[in-house]
Design a binder for this molecule. Structure first.
Ligand SMILES: N[C@@H](CCC(=O)N[C@@H](CS)C(=O)NCC(=O)O)C(=O)O
Length: 216
């Protein structure tokens, strides 16, 4: 019997990507909260799995996999039968390009808003930086809207790893009390993601413990 273990606090958006996909794939797994207020990411045992001391980490039997997008790809490859990521190189590249774009563009813009605004105590906020990050987020929304103009998900009719790596940021951008405009195509996509059980359970979860908490 295969053993799947996920290490990481569920309030981490990087951990949420993995938990979301595990839920959609109905995989049986064990979950150990690590990092943030749970700690445990500075132990010798954890550092042996990830010397960076970061979550998420996936353990599949004796194999250790780290980096959230890599874990998501791995799970999709091994357990989705091609449903969440294609085995064909070109089709696969259509999803993977969004995962790379997300790391390069969307995540830094999101972090500028989420850390700069939500996780930073009011007196320490840099309002110019926050405003610039909102503009960057909205530019990312425009890129997503163009891609979603002719299809329900980023790579076509079905959700894929591309939607996980990018869609994970939408809930928090929507839920925090700082307006970040979403074009209609993005709003419709966000609604589709919100209908998914993994998104509901893990991404649309309470994160208020992170408000004004500028350390992990
Ligand atoms: N590029 C890594 C980033 C991992 C990362 O920075 N994780 C954060 C949480 S989002 C972390 O472990 N922070 C320490 C903590 O939560 O204690 C990934 O995608 O997995």
């Amino acid at each position: 019997m295969e053993k799947i273990e996920i290490f990481g606090r569920h309030t981490s958006y990087n951990v949420q990507k993995v938990l979301w996909l595990l839920e959609e794939l109905a995989i049986v797994y064990s979950h150990t909260p690590v990092g943030g207020r749970f700690g445990g990411n500075d132990t010798a045992e954890f550092l042996a799995m990830n010397p960076q001391g970061k979550v998420p980490v996936l353990k599949h039997d004796d194999k250790i996999i780290r980096e959230s997008n890599t874990i998501v790809r791995y799970l999709a490859d091994v357990f989705s039968g091609g449903a969440w990521i294609s085995p064909r190189a070109y089709q696969r590249s259509l999803a993977e390009q969004w995962m790379d774009w997300s790391i390069e563009k969307f995540e830094p813009a999101f972090v500028g808003v989420f850390w700069g605004y939500y996780r930073t105590p009011v007196e320490a906020r840099d309002n110019d930086e926050i405003a610039a990050s909102v503009v960057k987020c909205e530019a990312c929304m425009a890129v997503l809207a163009t891609a979603l103009a002719d299809k329900p998900f980023l790579t076509g009719k079905q959700a894929s790893v591309a939607d996980i790596a990018t869609g994970v940021f939408l809930y928090r951008l929507d839920a925090i009390d700082l307006p970040v405009a979403m074009p209609p195509a993005v709003l419709a996509w966000y609604q589709r993601l919100s209908d998914m059980k993994g998104y509901q359970r893990w991404v649309m979860s309470d994160f208020t413990e992170l408000r004004g908490r500028s350390s992990y």
